[in-house]
Design a protein around this ligand. Structure first.
Ligand code: NAP
Ligand code: GLV
Length: 306
């Protein structure tokens, strides 16, 4: 069995060493043009030449959860695309979103500014019943996030394509229930995959339906959000703020108005990082299962887009 590794912006040696330790029977190498045909590939943002040459792949392991960029490429017919299925990401996403929700709800940014100015003063406590949190996407990450936020006694709503039943979460599904979901939510978390259906979903119309004083947390993909619509609703006061981890162009260009907006908190696409040890263990386990003819979790449906 031959495995090829082609991950842009990733130091290959620790990955190759980890994969070789986990799969000692496999021939594992860093891809280079003209390399022999492999059975499996471990990829992140490979060049198109990689797929044009590696035509015999049985499966591609994407070392991330989102496959939007991969699905835009010409992929070898017959190669199953497999995304990371949690692999240590959901707990990071839960930490990130709970932090953003609580930081806004408890006004910690205001307290930090006050204390930095030598000011000892209290703000009126809010009722969490007035801060319902809506999670767009109830998949591997969204469900974990929704459950984590519910642990802090916030009312939690969730929206997915197909109906779900998540304890502690009021579940909505499909386009017909999107408005009801938005109207029931004040803080909105985006954890959708980027597809033709979900691109630009955070726009003036949808964000206007959030309860007044709404707050947006985008941790999915930058192209879910229409940047100028967010800015307009922040400036009008309908939205109180936003925490953004992902952007249409990354790194976020220095001239972008998000950088200096007083109501926007930014992080550099770091809400849930790929963890090498967990990812290698998952990929090795799945290759073993595929070799035995078994099915695996995390198979992407290219027609659906995730
Ligand atoms: P997932 O398991 O595939 O879950 C996707 C969820 O979105 C599912 O609940 C799905 O509904 C729902 N969905 C998809 N299309 C929809 C539509 N048209 N209408 C309503 N709901 C729809 O994905 P995941 O692992 O949770 O990851 C979600 C995304 O997070 C990834 O695609 C990636 O872009 C992003 N991400 C970001 C970071 C970061 O560091 N910022 C890290 C990891 C992932 P069904 O359940 O009905 O199928
Ligand atoms: C990161 O954004 C991922 O999709 O894993």
């Amino acid at each position: 069995m031959r495995i090829t590794f082609c991950c842009t912006d990733t130091a290959p040696e620790p990955w190759l060493a980890g994969l070789r330790a986990a799969l000692p029977e496999a021939n594992i190498s860093l891809w280079e043009p003209g390399a022999p045909q492999a059975d499996y590939a471990v990829v992140w943002a490979p060049p198109q030449q990689f797929f044009d040459e590696q035509t015999q792949l049985r499966a591609l392991f994407n070392i991330g959860a989102g496959v939007d960029a991969l699905l835009k490429m010409r992929l070898p017919a017959g190669a199953q695309v497999i995304r990371l299925d949690d692999a240590g990401m959901s707990v990071q996403m839960a930490e990130y979103v709970c932090h953003a929700v609580i930081r806004h709800f408890r006004e910690f940014a205001g307290y930090e500014a006050d204390m930095a100015n030598g000011k000892w003063s209290f703000r009126k406590p809010h009722s969490r019943l007035d801060y319902p949190v809506g999670v767009l996407g109830l998949g591997v990450l969204g469900e974990r996030v929704a459950r984590a936020v519910a642990q802090f006694d916030f009312p939690v709503n969730g929206w997915s394509r197909t109906p779900k039943d998540v304890p502690g979460v009021q579940c909505f599904a499909g386009p017909a229930q999107l408005d009801a979901f938005l109207q029931a939510s004040r803080m909105l978390v985006c954890l959708l995959p980027l597809t033709t259906e979900t691109r630009d979903i955070l726009n003036r119309d949808s964000l206007s339906r959030l309860q007044p004083g709404g707050y947006v947390i985008n941790v999915a993909r930058g192209a879910h959000l229409v940047d100028e619509d967010l800015l307009a609703l922040l400036d009008s006061g309908h939205l109180a703020g936003a925490t953004l981890d992902v952007f249409r162009v990354e790194p976020l260009p220095r001239s972008h108005p998000f950088w200096n907006h007083p109501k926007i908190s930014l992080t550099p696409h770091t809400s849930a990082r790929t963890l090498r040890t967990e990812s290698i263990a998952q990929i090795a386990f799945k290759i073993g299962a595929l070799q035995r003819g078994e099915s695996v979790l995390g198979c992407v449906d290219a027609a659906r887009g995730y």
